[in-house]
Ligand binder design. Structure first.
Ligand SMILES: [Ca+2]
Ligand SMILES: [Ca+2]
Length: 202
């Protein structure tokens, strides 16, 4: 008898592509694996990233769920990874299929550069109700461009131009940039301006 290997689905990140240094940013992990009832997922976390929180994705609210930040060192494509994020989910009822959101990850970058998160395809496993592994066809990486703290106009320098831009954002209707909220309290106002002035006179 021919044993069919179930093979289907992709796994990818969705969310923040740009982020300000010292801001909380997040993305979700989505999968289109067919007929899965459990998973273990590993993500290589680039150096300079602090994992703040990992929550259940909205499609697995009833599942058992846990995560761990493993301190491990890897060099991948000339980038340094100093952590691996382990996420485990186990379903209680029917298996899932179609595009599902399985985890919400909140992180804070401490350095300004292009950061790439990579799914560890060797350790990541999806399992069907018969305890068979589901083969994932594709794993997509995710890069986030991180801008410097205080770099309001996002030109990679922190200088008087940022002060002028931030004043305009606060005093006129000029559109906020992702780096405008220096103290990361959700609004752009005089407190952010004071932070920027202090940063510039340092
Ligand atoms: Ca700037
Ligand atoms: Ca603020």
């Amino acid at each position: 008898m021919l044993i069919q290997v179930s093979s289907a689905g992709n796994i990818w990140f969705y969310g923040a592509k740009e982020c300000a240094q010292n801001h909380k940013c997040n993305f979700t992990i989505r999968t289109s694996a067919e007929n899965f009832i459990a998973f273990q997922l590993y993500i290589f976390v680039p150096e300079g990233v602090e994992i703040i929180q990992v929550e259940k994705g909205k499609d697995i609210r009833e599942w058992a769920f846990s995560y761990n930040v493993l301190e491990e060192y890897y060099e991948i494509n000339e980038n340094v990874y100093d952590k691996r994020l382990e996420i485990i989910g186990i379903g209680k009822e029917k298996p899932l299929a179609g595009t599902k959101e399985i985890a919400l990850i909140t992180f804070k970058p401490r350095i300004s550069k292009n950061l790439t998160f990579i799914i560890d395809r060797e350790s990541t496993k999806f399992v069907d109700p018969n305890e068979k592994e589901i083969k994932i066809n594709r794993f997509y990486n995710h890069s986030v461009r991180v801008y410097r703290y205080g770099d309001v106009n996002m030109d990679n320098e922190v200088d008087v131009k940022d002060l002028i831009r931030l004043e305009r954002i606060i005093l006129t209707e000029e559109k906020q940039t992702i780096t405008s909220d220096l103290n990361d309290d959700g609004s752009v106002n005089i407190l952010d301006l004071v932070k920027l002035i202090n940063l510039l006179v340092e």
